[in-house]
Design a protein around this ligand. Structure first.
Ligand code: AMP
Length: 219
């Protein structure tokens, strides 16, 4: 399964990617997780990305493309991948098509996950994340709190509110999505690769994706 997951921040891309990767051989690749890991580690990449991320702006295309080119060349991608939060601009989508050509990869589908704005705002303001860069488990203070407040169930790391999940940064990220990322919906539609889902229920979204892939003869 080789998928691109499109959708606004908080639409459910990460949740769907985790569920799909748990049930098959495809790996979840989240550029947000990779960049947050680099920021935590204090690497040169993290230092470049940090200012953009804390303001809710996109990191530069060439920086993200460098990361993705090396990531997609890793052997675990041979069993499939779920691109979560990438591509996010038309130049990234074009560069990704070129990279796929170079690596001999054919994308199965781009899934556009749509959710109502009020659901997105509620999810983002109540979302909490494990700050351990190797874990980054997602919690929600209403629907999925950690067993011990502020402590990750999986790794014992600190569970915190992301710097870019303050009301100002959330508003900025949603504007950035509308301006820069939403045009990718047409990009993939024009290539016959788009599936749009309009559910807030993860099981229903997974079912729509697997049915669609089965109908197209892709596992
Ligand atoms: P996310 O966890 O996907 O919401 O990403 C968090 C932040 O990382 C975004 O607001 C951007 O600053 C940066 N980021 C993640 N993916 C990309 C991308 N494909 N292109 C540019 N910036 C990105």
């Amino acid at each position: 399964m080789k998928l691109v997951l499109l959708g606004a921040p908080g639409a459910g891309k990460g949740t769907i990617a985790k569920l799909l990767s748990a049930s098959g051989g495809a790996v979840q690749i989240s550029t947000g997780d990779i960049l947050r890991g680099a920021v935590e580690a204090g690497s040169a990449l993290g230092k470049r990305a940090q200012a953009f991320m804390s303001r809710g702006e996109l990191a530069p295309d060439e920086l993200v493309m460098d990361i993705m080119e090396s990531r997609l060349r890793e052997p675990d991608c041979a069993g499939g991948f779920l691109l979560d939060g990438f591509p996010r601009t038309i130049p990234q989508a074009r560069a990704l098509q070129e990279l796929f050509g170079k690596l001999g990869i054919a994308l199965d589908l781009a899934v556009n996950i749509e959710a109502p704005r009020e659901v997105i705002l509620d999810r983002l303001s109540t979302r909490r994340t494990c700050e351990n860069p190797d874990c980054q488990e997602i919690y929600n203070i209403k629907s999925k709190p950690p067993a011990v407040e502020g402590v990750c169930d999986k790794c014992g790391g600190a569970v915190v509110q992301r710097e870019d999940e303050t009301p100002d940064a959330i508003a900025h990220r949603l504007r950035t999505y509308a301006q820069k990322t939403a045009p990718l919906i047409d990009f993939y539609r024009q290539r016959g690769l788009l599936l749009t889902t309009r559910s807030t229920n993860a099981d229903a979204i997974i079912a729509a994706i697997t049915t669609h892939l089965a109908e197209r003869g892709t596992e």
